[in-house]
Design a protein around this ligand. Structure first.
Ligand SMILES: Nc1nc2c(c(=O)[nH]1)N[C@H]1C(S)=C(S)[C@@H](COP(=O)(O)O)O[C@H]1N2
Ligand SMILES: [Mo]
Length: 262
């Protein structure tokens, strides 16, 4: 996976940015831009550049900063969907998520799914990290869950997979043509990152509905909108263009940066 971003690519990207030639064809952006034709928007190119530069600067395995318990000053402020109303979620919530399953599917050797009890009985990791929302607020909170990486290995991610798409239960937006369900995505470096956990605990309590019960993903080096709540399916893909408006997430579809690094 780390082969995707080589030092050479990074240097090429920087050189391009530096010389102001970013609009003059984009063969050098081989990671995302190869999915697109010549009509790509400037914004998308900027996203790719941001991704490459941020990824190169941050490295594959660098950990997000972890804090001391004394630095938790308030509860995790609920934001976005706080109480999903889809029938599926309402039903699960009514029975305290007894029949909840997290599914991993798509470009995998075998589709797998896990109950909440199974997830809770896997090796747990707790981390106290800072959540940064683009709306301009931050919260330090303790997240407990199990690492995503080993679960992906159980499914057997195919070598052709490039992204993990995170599908959520909540209808973040209702339109005349139906509900829009929240989703986001990451590359496999972030999916396998040691601090990327399927979190079911928040500040030593069961994860509340307002913060994404029963399971929400933490991708600690990314902004708030890359922390999917009410997660039910992780789909391994090689192309993001078939989901939503094709930019890899609900907020990403409205123009937010795909990588969303902090
Ligand atoms: N399913 C889902 N995930 C989501 C959202 C959402 O509305 N629905 N909002 C995102 C945004 S913008 C933020 S800041 C955080 C808020 O998480 P919190 O409610 O635990 O603070 O969740 C992110 N993940
Ligand atoms: Mo956010």
């Amino acid at each position: 996976m780390s082969g995707l971003i080589t030092r050479r690519n990074f240097l090429r990207s920087s050189a391009v940015a530096g010389s102001g030639l970013i609009l003059a064809g984009c063969n050098q952006f081989d990671f995302l831009a190869d999915k697109a034709g010549p009509g790509r928007q400037i914004m998308e190119r900027a996203n790719v550049l941001t991704y490459k530069v941020q990824r190169a600067l941050i490295g594959d395995q660098t950990l997000a900063r972890e804090y001391a318990a004394s630095e938790i000053r308030q509860g995790q402020r609920p934001n976005g969907s706080v109480d999903p109303t889809t029938p599926e979620y309402t039903f699960l919530k009514m029975q305290n998520f007894a029949s909840y399953r997290l599914t991993i599917k798509g470009m995998v050797e075998r589709e797998v799914s896990f109950s909440l009890d199974q997830l809770r009985n896997m090796p747990a990791r707790s981390q106290i990290t800072r959540h940064d929302c683009v709306e301009g607020w931050s919260c330090i909170a303790k997240w407990t869950g199990t690492q995503l990486g080993p679960l992906l290995d159980m499914a057997g991610v195919k070598p052709t997979a490039r992204y993990a798409v995170y599908h959520c239960f909540d209808n973040i937006q209702r339109t005349l043509s139906g509900d829009i369900l929240y989703y986001t995505s990451s590359d496999l470096i972030d999916a396998y990152h040691p601090q990327t956990i399927l979190s079911y605990g928040l500040n030593d309590q069961v994860l509340p509905v307002a913060n994404g019960a029963p399971v929400r993903l933490r991708i600690e080096r990314a902004l708030g909108y890359k922390q999917p709540k009410y997660l039910h399916t992780i789909e391994l893909v090689d192309d993001l263009s078939t989901f939503g408006k094709g930019r890899g997430g609900y907020w990403e579809d409205t123009g937010y940066d795909w990588y969303g690094g902090i």
